[in-house]
Ligand binder design. Structure first.
Ligand code: PLP
Length: 512
């Protein structure tokens, strides 16, 4: 590779001497960093200077930041960030701040390990060599590359829609599209599931449209809210297919029927389901179609959003819908128009990932088998798994300090990384560990995890399923048999089925 030499840079006539020295010192620090990286500092809260006051302003900005951070520490919502570096050749291993210290990762959303898939890496590298590292700007100004366009065609075809539009993330896709919808329909009313992700909440809030929050997965409540409006009022029902922190599944078919009855559009976030469910990895809507032979489920959803950063293993987000709706978002959504797009190399990697997962079910199969095995093993040990029919394994701890303590102990004493999930991501008292088994976890990895959890639960007398049952149950753990079927309904449980991937579905996946 040929770099511009430092001497030629500093001898350029247009560069003043002082700036050239600065540039040389900056470049040399970059060079010395990249050839000899020193260990990153371990994860720790970012510390500011001891004094909270600033000399450049009468307002105590630093004091304000400190007070706000202190409030977070007090209400236990302060977030801790661990230094974890996933090793592509050796995944699920990662190293911590110390390169010599390797740990097993059990909480990544790279659900199918596609970020390390050789076809994805190869496609990314080829496009990187041809088109460089960056996109060069917004799509409108820097140009609509062939790879972006191809990616959007793939996504539209995956969801059986006319068109799709790619954003830098699905947070941005949800926020931008829900905010923008209202500019065409000032009377629009949103109906939003109470467990919807922050990106949808933000989009609906930013739209300033009228909104109703319906109780999670409660169809009767949703219908009572819809029925308050004439059929001619524009309405959007926003909901998810797999709810990430509980693993619950949305009632897609039933919500689509209500939407039809009351003249509403359906907006379905399939972020935790794309790549994971359905015959070709299009998500839960496709899975129901695959399961029932009913071809109308995907069609009954007007707008589907998804991420390219979880099961597809790269980064980015999108919406798929009618050609007109997509053109409308492309023309009006500031979150699409005014930002640099994903690089072409990233688009190339995603296309490879989608194409691969459309035809290979073996990653989905292994992921589901590992999920079932882990849930069964923890159940047998009376370790409180929050029941759900999806690929997510949440373990109830019920206290923020304890959840973080368990996470820290797993990392420091057992070399296992599972982040704890605390308020406001989940309600106070429902703090948990969120485990995501993947296709590259072996039985040995699982033995280590199960042994570690059993020892920690034992040593620190953490509440087990029976203990939760004695105090009336929580989050479906240890609940009374009489409440069970109503509760399971909220989990999106299918009649007589324990998992979205039924045994028969798994047989299909095994052979494809
Ligand atoms: C349900 C849901 N929607 C949207 C997003 C945002 O997706 P992305 O990571 O692509 O921004 C997330 C992120 O975790 C999510 O859980």
């Amino acid at each position: 590779m040929s770099f511009l030499s430092l001497r030629s840079l500093s001898s350029r006539r247009c560069l003043p001497i002082a700036s050239s020295r600065l540039l040389v010192s900056k470049l040399s620090s970059v060079v010395s960093y990249s050839t000899n990286p020193s260990p990153e500092p371990a994860a720790a809260p970012i510390q500011g200077p001891a004094s909270a006051s600033t000399s450049y302003s009468s307002f105590d900005y630093e004091g304000l930041f400190e007070a706000k951070l202190d409030a977070k520490r007090k209400d236990k919502s302060y977030r801790y960030f661990n230094n974890i570096n996933r090793l592509v050749q050796n995944y699920p291993k990662a190293h911590t701040a110390d390169k010599q210290q390797q740990v097993d990762v059990w909480c990544s959303n790279d659900y199918l390990s596609m970020s390390g898939n050789p076809l994805v890496l190869e496609a990314t590298k080829t496009a990187l060599d041809n088109y460089g590292a960056g996109a060069g700007g917004t799509r409108n100004i820097a140009g609509n590359s062939a790879l972006h366009l191809r990616l959007e065609r793939e996504l539209a075809s995956l969801h059986n829609k006319e068109a799709a539009l790619v954003f830098t993330s699905c947070f941005v896709a949800n926020d931008a599209t829900l905010t923008t919808l209202v500019s065409g329909m000032p009377d629009l009313v949103y109906f939003s599931d109470s467990l919807n992700h922050a990106s949808m909440i933000q989009g609906i809030r930013n739209s300033r449209a009228k909104k109703h929050i319906f109780r999670h997965n409660d169809l009767a409540h949703l219908e009572s809210l819809l029925a308050q409006y004439p059929i001619s009022t524009p309405k959007v029902i926003a909901f998810e297919s797999v709810y990430s922190m509980s693993g619950n599944v949305g009632h897609i078919e039933e919500i689509a029927q209500l939407a039809k009855k009351y003249g509403a559009l359906t907006f379905l976030d399939e972020v935790h389901a794309v790549g994971m469910y359905g015959k070709t990895g299009a998500g839960v809507a496709e899975h129901y179609q695959f399961r029932n032979g009913n071809t109308s489920v995907l069609d009954s959803i007007d707008m589907i959003t998804g991420t390219l950063g979880k099961a597809f293993g790269v980064v980015g987000g999108y919406i798929a819908s009618t050609a007109r709706a997509i053109d409308y978002f492309r023309s009006y959504a500031p979150g699409f128009i005014f930002t640099t797009s994903i690089p072409p190399s990233v688009a190339a990697g995603i296309i490879a990932s989608i194409n691969y997962l459309r035809s290979s079910s073996s990653e989905r199969y292994l992921q589901q088998i590992n999920t079932r095995t882990l849930k069964q093993r923890l159940d047998k040990l009376n370790i409180p798994v929050i029941p759900n029919p999806s690929h997510i394994v949440p373990i109830l701890v019920g206290d923020a300090h304890l959840a973080k303590f368990v996470s820290d102990t797993l990392l420091s004493e057992y070399g296992i990384y599972v982040q704890s999930i605390n308020y406001p991501t989940v309600a106070v008292g429902e703090e948990r560990l969120r485990i995501t088994p993947g296709p590259r976890h072996t039985l040995e990895h699982m033995d280590n995890l199960v042994t570690a959890l059993e020892q920690i639960w034992d040593k620190y007398s953490l509440k087990r399923t029976d203990d939760w049952a004695r105090i009336g149950g929580k989050c479906g753990v240890g609940i009374d048999a009489s409440q069970k079927s109503a509760f399971l309904q909220t989990r999106g449980w299918l009649p007589n089925e324990e998992f979205v991937w039924s045994n028969a579905d798994l047989e299909y996946a095994k052979s494809h």
